[in-house]
Design a protein around this ligand. Sequence first.
Ligand code: SAM
Ligand code: DTB
Ligand code: SF4
Length: 351
Amino acid sequence: MSSQEGSLLRHDWTRDQVLSLFNQPFNDLLFDAQVMHRQHFDPNQVQLSTLLSIKTGACPEDCKYCPQSARYDTGLEKEKLLQIEQVIEAAKIAKASGSSRFCMGAAWRSPHDRDIPAVAEMIREVKSLGLETCMTLGMLSEAQSDKLADAGLDYYNHNLDTSKEFYGEVITTRTYQDRLNTLANVRNSGMKVCAGGIVGMGEEQQDRAGLLMELANLPVHPESVPINMLVKVAGTPMADQANLDPFEFIRTIAVARLMMPKSYVRLSAGREDMNEQMQAMAFMAGANSIFYCDKLLTTPNPKANTDMQLLERLGIAPEEYQADKDSRQQEDDLHRAINEHKNDALFYRAS
Ligand code: SAM
Ligand code: DTB
Ligand code: SF4
């Protein structure tokens, strides 16, 4: 399959087609992915998103990878929903560190309706700082999704996590269809969709292909596709999972890039266990977003200055938030207009 066919934004992938992308020689796959990436994005820009856990631990779900499930003893300190001031403080730090999007995550199966006004306030306050907003709160009803959209939420993150076939090995307390329903609600409310999954959970390549097939065959590709490498947390059932071959991880990124050419593919959890070369290879394969700042939700992430140094060494610039870009553009246009017209008497009289 050539890269050109992929650029038509297909939604009819078969698993065999996806597997044949996966199993090309590594250099062919990386080359095709990089060519595709350059057709749709600046290859030297990466979008930065910062995470904050706004409600931590004591989750009733049984996701076997997750340190926040109440069913596993991971020693995590649980926390109630944060106060708005704490969220604003963290968002200001993220913005000052160079992040363009602030992602707030809650260890909920789904939010209670009574929680919505508080999270809506968080959305409004964070947005007013000039950051894009994202939330991941579990399953959403149509009405809840509409309320978050009304509050101005830009993105909602809800992962499919893995293939339909492997899903039952990972989670039993909600179905794959439940997840697809939430994604449909988010899309229908007009928000941007952030949906991806986790690799390195003991799944087979056909499951990684199945995950990407489900994502790409959605009626509209998710605007953002996080590819997480399992963070093995002591106390979870996946604590002793064998490592995934790093090249297979890079292949997963490259195939995601080929199948969803216009989506941001995020090199997500697991970077603490990746060396610089592996991260650089992920960018080469078409990853153009990362989680940035020292913490994911509950586990460590590379330090902000370590990431900035790496990006600089690679000649990669953090992508600016469009709203910032727009307001800067307006300022530039205004200055240009003033300069162009400074000898124009009419211009001066009018101003
Ligand atoms: N509770 C909500 C939910 O599950 O939709 C939102 C928060 S949940 C922590 C968000 C996502 O984080 C999960 O869907 C999963 O993909 C990812 N995640 C959680 N624990 C992880 C781990 N140990 N390694 C990699 N990704 C993980
Ligand atoms: C996503 O795909 N990965 C992020 C975000 N969406 C919410 C979460 C990663 C969590 C890693 C484990 C932790 O820190 O608790
Ligand atoms: Fe709960 Fe989300 Fe963790 Fe699953 S992934 S246990 S739903 S916090």
